[in-house]
Write a protein that binds this ligand. Sequence first.
Ligand code: A3P
Length: 345
Amino acid sequence: MLFKQQAWLRQKLLVLGSLAVGSLLYLVARVGSLDRLQPICPIEGRFGARSQAEFPLRALQFKRGLLHEFRKGNASKDQVRLHDLVQQLPKAIIIGVRKGGTRALLEMLNLHPAVVKASQEIHFFDNDENYAKGIEWYRKKMPFSYPQQITIEKSPAYFITEEVPERIYKMNSSIKLLIIVREPTTRAISDYTQVLEGKERKNKTYYKFEKLAIDPNTCEVNTKYKAVRTSIYTKHLERWLKYFPIEQFHIVDGDRLITEPLPELQLVEKFLNLPPRISQYNLYFNATRGFYCLRFNIIFNKCLAGSKGRIHPEVDPSVITKLRKFFHPFNQKFYQITGRTLNWP
Ligand code: A3P
């Protein structure tokens, strides 16, 4: 009898204990996210009549949950109406550069409660078939957001595609344009690495980087090689400047975004006229990945996919020197036009 009673008591204690631990965990999570939310969210005076204390929490909940579901096209008309959700054209676009860190930049900006990212690359302005579908098609590709939030998309091919500046200008001549760049030779090798990986996945062989980057007949840098051409940033930027003044561009240092992301993000917040809300709390270094990862709250964090941060093949140092020498004058011009000196070799 006594044994039965003890067992019953033990069972009860176990249930109560689990309940207590569960509640504690819930509270910690909630307080953690609230803690995180209080400082990020009172974007003073920008949310109209809506309760400022209430909006941020909802905004973030939406960004993590409901908005995410809705983005996948699961929102009913009633839900959209109920939450005043809209699909807005982007107020800012990350136009490039491919392999500059465009995904990291977009994901990190999305930590900001007033920013909603378009998860996929939309390729509206660089793809004639998509462009022919019209601006409403583009808008419908955008995630749901509150009217006070801003939508950002990234399609790195925009930077190098001839027709894009004029097309974006026609949509919004005062749009803000973000360009993330890396040291041009490193970027070219990163670009090559991505293509190489694609070939290997299909069991195909591919040329060595050296063979593509250097013209075997002249022994000079091969400017016909796309990975080299893309890294001549100033050439592409000059095309954009025919439509937009330099003040509408912000240059992000992609090399620094890898090693020291916060100051780069703070510069972007300023450029986008957003209150500073991304903090060191949101970014933690993951030694296994060798990169900074994102922390939204004490429960939710994530690193970028494994396709970001590939190991580059070793490249002949003389080819690297040749490429760096080749890019040098273009880099100087780029610093001069943009007003941002990046001290590349
Ligand atoms: P590598 O793969 O050459 O290292 P994009 O998103 O434009 O394709 O750029 C990919 C690059 O983003 C990667 O190039 C990587 O170095 C860089 N990057 C910057 N911050 C990163 C981060 N926090 N996690 C992973 N990759 C990051």
